[in-house]
Design a protein around this ligand. Sequence first.
Ligand SMILES: [Zn+2]
Length: 43
Amino acid sequence: MLAWIPGPIEKGLLGGAKVAFKDRYDVTAFRCNQCGHLDMFVN
Ligand SMILES: [Zn+2]
């Protein structure tokens, strides 16, 4: 699932993204039928 996280990603010891769950925001994307551009919204 696509998600947006505010601020720089803090890297964990193994190189993975270490992010607190409460700082995650789901991203909703809408595709334009005319030109195909993508609008994304973060709640
Ligand atoms: Zn468009």
